[in-house]
Ligand binder design. Structure first.
Ligand code: CA
Length: 234
């Protein structure tokens, strides 16, 4: 079956361009010119495997839609690519508060957007590979189910945060530069900056609470998952 992508965008011309190009690439496209329709499309089959979401919508904001999507267990793992015209909103959009997986700032090229879409879908598909349960101190990760617990309390991560956490864990004890993480976790060489890595690590640490200490900052280099658990379990 074709991969289903939902576009929520109130600029009709832009919506049509995106729709045309995604269909040309072989995707099944659902679209809405407003937030209400977008939420309805998230609740009907086929459930989209990716959402392209405009930040500024006439009824419900992209931020609110993203929050609701993350709050629903049925939709919380769907990657969200946010379209934004306001660069100052970016930290909020990809930050803890909203939880989009990636963003592009308008105006953007269709080619750029397609690359982001493919990267997000690829990232989300690799998560489907069967894995195992990881237990490291206070942290427990059910890899196939994409669920994370800290001291038995579940914390909800976005697809990107989950991938960041498991990528760091798989290479525990070894420093990963921001560039390597960008390449392996974000999987694009486009114009995301190394600051993006810092923003996501910060958010991931906040979400995993006391297990955040396992992700160590190596000044001037990057990040490292702790090689072993310190005394006391944390
Ligand atoms: Ca808009």
């Amino acid at each position: 079956m074709e991969t289903c992508i939902l576009i929520v965008e109130d600029e009709k011309d832009l919506l049509e361009i995106l729709e045309y190009n995604l269909k040309k690439e072989g995707y099944f496209v659902k679209s809405s010119l407003n937030g209400q329709g977008g939420l309805a499309a998230l609740d009907t089959t086929p459930i989209p495997e990716l959402v392209i979401l405009d930040l500024m919508l006439p009824d419900i904001s992209g931020i609110e839609i993203c929050r609701r999507l993350r709050a629903n267990p049925k939709t919380r793992d769907i990657p969200v690519l946010m379209l934004t015209a306001k660069s100052e909103e970016i930290d909020r959009v990809i930050g803890f508060e909203v939880g989009a997986d990636d963003y592009v700032t308008k105006p953007f090229s269709v080619r750029e957007l397609m690359l982001r879409v493919k990267a997000l879908l690829k990232r989300s598909a690799t998560r489907e590979t069967p894995g195992e349960e990881i237990v490291f101190g206070a942290l427990k990760i059910d890899v196939p189910a994409h669920r994370v617990w800290v001291n038995e309390e579940e914390t909800v991560l976005t697809a990107l945060e989950f991938n960041l956490l498991t990528t760091l864990y798989e290479r525990k004890g070894r420093v990963q530069t921001r560039e390597v993480l960008l390449c392996d976790v974000w999987d694009i060489n486009a114009d995301v900056t190394t600051r993006t890595v810092d923003t996501h690590v910060k958010r991931l640490r906040e979400k995993i609470g006391l297990a955040g200490v396992y992700i160590e900052t190596v000044r001037g280099v990057g990040y490292r998952f702790a090689g072993r658990i310190n005394e006391g379990g944390v």
